[in-house]
Design a protein around this ligand. Structure first.
Ligand code: GLN
Length: 229
């Protein structure tokens, strides 16, 4: 692909954080999911092989992984924020999300007010952690490094609630009906993919592929595959 320089020639090396079902998660020895399928389209367009690097979300969202060259592309259910935009460049938005509240289905907890005095799990470096810190002052926030540790914490009773994005929490509740998403906070977030600041050659391809996927049906097919009922 003319103009696009890849750190590992022939490979689209991309960073993500797991588990984040249905966007990216481990299935057998494969990393699969909605965003994985979108990255595969980008790699195909570059005549490259997608090579996933699984890393902590904190290093993705801070821009460190992109800056030091761990990967050329970051795709991790990552919300576009002004702070992050100072550290790397985002694609056009490709998915809408909000913060959501996961609790035991029989807990009766449906509002932020009811979380006062309770242990609430959040993930380090996420918009959910920021949202909870700003909007749920009475709660005892407990920080975890990834969504797997968060869901384990609510299963073991270490926390009474989890605040993270609606997509993965709804997916978890569907698979674990003793839990429910009882509120969405309507934070109006949009996911983007990240590239190193100034890597417009790659960013142009990412945006072109995302736009094309909307018009040629591949986005809808992937959506149906990973979110369809
Ligand atoms: N969308 C949230 C954020 O960008 C959470 C992302 C994640 O946990 N992978 O902070």
């Amino acid at each position: 692909e003319g103009g696009v320089e890849l750190t590992n020639p022939g490979q689209l090396t991309w960073c993500t954080s797991l588990p984040y079902e249905p966007f990216e998660f481990q299935q057998g020895d494969q990393v699969v999911g909605f965003e994985v399928d979108l990255v595969a389209l980008i790699a195909e367009r570059l005549n490259a092989t997608p090579t996933v690097v699984v890393t902590a979300f904190e290093g993705i969202q801070s821009g460190t992984d992109l800056t030091v060259g761990t990967c050329d592309l970051a795709a991790a259910g990552m919300t576009i924020t002004p702070t992050r935009e100072e550290n790397f460049d985002f694609s056009e938005p490709f998915f809408d999300a909000t913060q959501a509240l996961l609790v035991r289905a029989d807990s009766g907890i449906t509002t932020a007010e009811q979380l006062a005095g309770r242990n609430v799990g959040v993930q380090n470096g996420t918009t959910g952690a920021d949202y909870a810190a700003a909007n749920i002052p009475g709660a005892n926030l407990v920080t975890f490094e990834d969504l797997g540790l968060l869901t384990t914490a609510i299963q073991t009773g270490q926390v009474d609630a989890v605040i993270q994005d609606n997509g993965p929490l709804l997916s978890f509740a569907t698979q674990n009906p003793e839990f429910a998403v009882t509120t969405e906070f309507d934070t109006g977030e949009q996911y983007g993919m990240g590239v190193r600041t100034g890597n417009t050659a790659l960013l142009d391809v990412v945006n072109e592929v995302l736009a094309t996927s909307r018009t040629d049906g591949t986005y809808d097919a992937a959506y149906e595959k990973w979110f369809g009922t």
